[in-house]
Write a protein that binds this ligand. Structure first.
Ligand code: GZL
Length: 319
């Protein structure tokens, strides 16, 4: 067989292109391209949650994943209904669940398991048999609470009466942040939580709760606010100012999420510290789906980290 120069060049080009496109196709498959994944999101109660949603949707688009998205408006009933609808349709390869509270998931997780649809938990946790989900991608909420408390006891030399703005009662984020915070301040006899009330992770509720506390408690007895998220902290800051006090000075403020608005407050000298919570959990979750579908063993927890920041400059320096 005689090769003309042209056919030789074409053969070489073909030899180069095919592996590349094969490799590209392989890489795409490794990213989850072509998979249909249901994402049951809690809602849009906070700026962090909105950032988390946007990051997951962008990651899915980037990977060529067909993402079915459901915003449950903070209702577990809506989350369960969305999951059951996807299972009934029979066209999801996996489900990603951001559970609003820890309890009440056994039945629907069992239904998914019975149908062979893998479930990845993201962000908050579930109180369910670990065999019913593949893995959980999340930060360590207890550690976040410890970090906030460690900063506060250092800042106040171990003397502080704290108002706690609680997140959604029964959610892992709220329960565990409280646990971590409480276990650290328990080491300091002059640091105590004097009032604790839920603001449901919502900015307006954080303001209402703080305003109510400031009207019923001598503000001079309040040293600091520990808010389970930045949105409630920002609401509390508004209430502190409306009460004629100086936030971050008269009453210290520490919270969690590291949303852009909290750094605006920090720049204005109106808050003291925030603990970072990464919204970028879509990538690890999609990687876990692909790994599971490829038959790989996965740990039951894939942690995402975050530090404590007292200035935008420090936060930006870590990006
Ligand atoms: C914590 C997450 C919390 C955020 C809040 O991982 O569940 O829920 O801290 C959000 O902003 O409402």
């Amino acid at each position: 067989m005689r090769f003309t120069k042209l056919s030789l060049v074409l053969l070489i080009l073909l030899a180069l292109v095919v592996p590349a496109s094969y490799a590209q196709e392989n890489e795409n498959e490794d990213q989850g391209a072509g998979l249909t994944i249901g994402f049951s999101q809690i809602g849009s109660e906070s700026a962090w949650r909105t950032s988390f949603t946007e990051a997951v949707i962008a990651e899915a688009a980037e990977r060529g994943i067909n993402l079915l998205f459901s915003d449950a408006q903070q209702s577990q009933e809506n989350q369960i209904a969305a999951i059951r609808a996807w299972l009934a349709q029979g066209d999801v390869d996996a489900i990603i669940l951001a559970p609003v509270i820890e309890s009440g998931w056994d039945s629907v997780l069992q239904e998914a398991a019975d149908m062979g649809v893998p479930v990845i938990i993201v962000d908050r946790n579930v109180n369910a048999d670990e065999s019913l989900y593949v893995t959980r991608v999340s930060s360590d909420f207890v550690h976040e609470g410890r970090l906030a408390a460690a900063w506060l006891v250092q800042e106040t030399s171990g003397n502080c009466n704290v108002v706690e703005l609680y997140g959604t009662v029964g959610s892992a984020a709220a329960e565990d942040r409280h646990t971590g915070f409480a276990e650290v301040i328990a080491l300091f006899s002059n640091v105590q939580i004097i009032q604790s009330q839920t603001g449901n992770f919502v900015r307006t509720e954080g303001k209402q709760v703080m305003a109510s506390i400031l009207s019923s408690t001598d503000p001079s007895t309040i040293c600091a606010v520990f808010a389970h998220n930045d949105d409630m902290a920002i609401g509390a800051i508004e209430a502190i100012k409306e009460a004629g006090l100086v936030p971050a000075v008269d009453i210290l403020v520490v919270s969690v999420d590291a949303i852009p608005d909290i750094f605006d407050s920090m720049d204005a000298g109106e808050t003291n510290a925030t603990v970072e919570l990464s919204p970028f959990m879509g990538g690890p979750a999609f990687d876990a789906v692909v790994a599971y579908l490829n038959g790989e063993e996965l740990p039951k927890w894939i942690p995402v980290g975050g530090g404590l920041y007292t200035s935008r400059a420090d936060y930006d320096a870590d990006r």
